[in-house]
Ligand binder design. Structure first.
Ligand code: ASP
Length: 337
């Protein structure tokens, strides 16, 4: 009955064309609190977030503490140990959003360990939403952050030197075990992708939603390039009435469809988190199927009821879901191709 009522509401709105089969499946049980995050690194990040959520802490504190774990990891995909830009410099982007719709972002930030915390300070301590480059760094230092030495991690240094041999700047996938990822996520033999982002969204015990997203951006990007991760509505969007979503993959494709804003708006219209993520991916495919075939983009989302979902372009994207002390699991996202 409920499904039929939703269907009738949607038909009166003239948007039944948006409804996918997932919409009519038995609804997934929701959980509260719950935290989900992108890729396998999300497991460790969720653990830190869960420490806060399980003690009835705020979602905004959980999503900050969660992704800080990934920012801290040397030789990881995110933070100062990650891949540099094509000039050999690591530049970081991050965004955060709370349950009130407040947002803070930093882009092209250099030599600061925790861009997510700087983003939160932008949100809480300035009249602005985004600070970039030198200004963002200056603000971070004025807030007491240490200016770290710019030094590539051994893994990033190796990949950068390898990349310099060809310096190709175009999306490459389906490379078997290339070990380095020029521009776009590269698929390894085990089906996983090289990537540079962690995105996390959470619903706390009080029923409030928040989200965070932090990245070094695409490996070997052009100097000055900013991706989707620090852009509200692209790499991250939270609406406390509806749900929250975050993205990973080729940021240019996410920005062009205002990806996470689209996912949240589709959930507002009644789609499940997974159906909404799938519709957003479909938007990318329809715009340019040839390009979509060559790129990876993944969305993850939760709604106000604590249901979760994901969808991506290519196989190989996974996300971590945690809603109990003994339930923090990696789930393979369904994919378009
Ligand atoms: N979305 C990130 C960017 O475009 C990269 C990634 O997720 O791997 O900067």
């Amino acid at each position: 009955m409920i499904k039929r009522r939703y269907f009738l509401q949607l038909s009166t709105l003239g948007i039944t064309g948006l409804v996918s089969p997932e919409f009519f499946r038995a609804p997934q049980r929701g959980n509260r609190p719950i935290v989900i995050s992108t890729w396998k690194e999300g497991i460790a990040a969720n653990n830190a977030a869960w420490q806060i959520l399980s003690k009835k802490g705020r979602a905004i504190d959980a999503v900050e503490a969660g992704v800080m774990v990934t920012e801290n990891a040397i030789n990881c995909c995110v933070g100062l140990g990650a891949n540099p830009d094509r000039d050999g410099i690591v530049t970081l982007d991050a965004s955060i959003m709370d349950e009130k719709g407040n947002a803070g972002c930093v882009a092209a930030l250099e030599r600061i360990k925790h861009p997510i915390t700087v983003a939160r300070r932008v949100m809480e301590k300035t009249p602005h939403v985004m600070l970039v480059g030198e200004g963002a760094q200056k603000f971070a230092v004025s807030e007491g952050f240490t200016l770290e030495e710019q030094k590539l991690s051994p893994a990033a240094d190796k990949q950068y030197k390898e990349w310099l041999k060809t310096s190709t700047y175009k999306p490459v996938i389906n490379i078997e075990n290339s070990g380095h990822g020029p521009f776009a996520p590269t698929r390894f033999k085990d089906g996983t992708f090289n990537h540079d982002t962690i995105g996390m969204v959470a619903l706390d015990a009080a029923g409030n939603l928040s989200g965070s997203c932090t990245t070094s951006g695409m490996g070997f990007k052009m100097r000055g390039r900013v991706g989707d991760s620090p852009i509200i509505g692209a790499g991250l969007f939270v609406d406390n009435e509806v749900g929250a979503a975050t993205a990973t993959g080729v940021g240019e494709e996410v920005i062009k469809i205002c990806g996470t804003h689209l996912v949240v708006e589709l959930m507002r219209q009644g789609l499940s988190p997974q159906a909404a993520c799938k519709k957003a991916v479909e938007r990318i495919v329809k715009k340019d199927p040839k390009k979509a075939k060559e790129n990876q983009v993944g969305f993850i989302a939760i709604n106000k009821a604590g249901q979760h979902g994901a969808f991506c372009l290519q196989k190989g994207f996974n996300y971590a879901v945690c809603y109990a002390n003994d339930h923090n699991v990696l789930i393979d996202s369904p994919s378009w191709y």
